[in-house]
Design a protein. Structure first.
Length: 283
């Protein structure tokens, strides 16, 4: 405790010394400012031909003369001189001749180049490659490497309440949009809205892109029901996180999309939309 008290006393003494030094500098700068104002007042009185017996004194009339009779150039010159006295530098920049003032050497500048990236979307590129080796014959995909897909994603916030996400994949030499939607995920009341081309929240794996799967391929039952593309469609999704009940966390999702899946539905457009309700609960 005695060591801490000694350190605290030393710190207090240093703070007191700094305050006294700052007050002394303030008084010195104030005296210099008064002197400059007095000199300006005397020069202005001499230019105007004011007799000595009726001329205002420097201390009483300096502010009035400076405020009423000085031009903008003279005022700027005075501010520049005051800035030099205070060690703050000047805002002058390099002129047309390429010569700049060194009076702003004390001014500090901060680079904002890192902030430029905030205007750009987040871009990622993913490649998915696999290989199959076996001793049987007659299958063209056996004993060779295969490139499953190439995916490029673009994500960026539109405003504090929404973001845009765009995923393009290349499969078998063709490019197509896998997902492209706007996500409003900070609406009041625990609500969230998505609109665009979506992968629906059916089961656990339908939302996953191919490179995100925990295994090399989608399960056979998944392929039998929805096909290679899974359950996707153009539409909207509404999610709601209600207050806690029946556990610590609940989420209800209602989605409506076009019936574009030709494996399980007609694939004839929005005449017969697909409705999906998904509920998540953690006990």
């Amino acid at each position: 405790l005695s060591s801490q008290d000694a350190q605290q006393e030393l710190l207090n003494r240093r703070v007191t010394d700094l305050e006294e030094a700052l007050e002394q500098l303030r008084n010195e700068y104030g005296a210099r400012l008064t002197t400059i104002e007095a000199e300006i007042a005397q020069l202005r009185a001499a230019q105007l031909g004011t007799p000595p017996d009726v001329a205002v004194t420097a201390e009483e009339g300096a502010a009035e003369i400076v405020g009423e009779t000085m031009s903008e150039e003279e005022r700027a010159e005075l501010e520049r001189e005051l800035a030099e006295l205070l060690g703050e530098g000047t805002p002058e920049t390099t002129g047309a001749g390429g010569q700049g003032s060194n009076q702003g050497a004390g001014r500090r500048f901060q680079s904002q180049t890192r902030n430029l990236n905030q205007l750009n979307p987040e871009i990622s590129v993913t490649g998915d490659m696999s290989a199959v080796f076996a001793d049987r014959t007659g299958d063209e995909e056996i004993n060779q490497f295969r490139f499953n897909e190439f995916e490029a994603s673009f994500q960026a916030p539109l405003d504090p309440y929404s973001s845009a996400k765009f995923f393009v994949v290349q499969e078998e030499g063709e490019f197509k949009v896998e997902e492209a939607y706007i996500d409003y995920n900070t609406l009041p009341g625990g609500l969230g809205i998505k609109a665009g081309q979506l992968r629906l929240d059916w089961g656990k794996l339908n939302r996953y892109h191919h490179h995100s799967l925990p295994q090399a391929d989608r399960p056979a039952v998944h392929l039998a029901i929805w096909g290679e593309e899974g359950l996707t469609g153009l539409g909207t999704s509404l999610s709601w996180i209600p207050p806690s009940f029946l556990g610590g966390y609940n989420e209800v999702i209602v989605q409506v999309v076009n019936d574009a899946n030709e494996v399980s539905f007609s694939g004839q457009g929005f005449d017969q939309p697909v409705f999906l309700v998904h509920e998540t609960n953690y006990f």
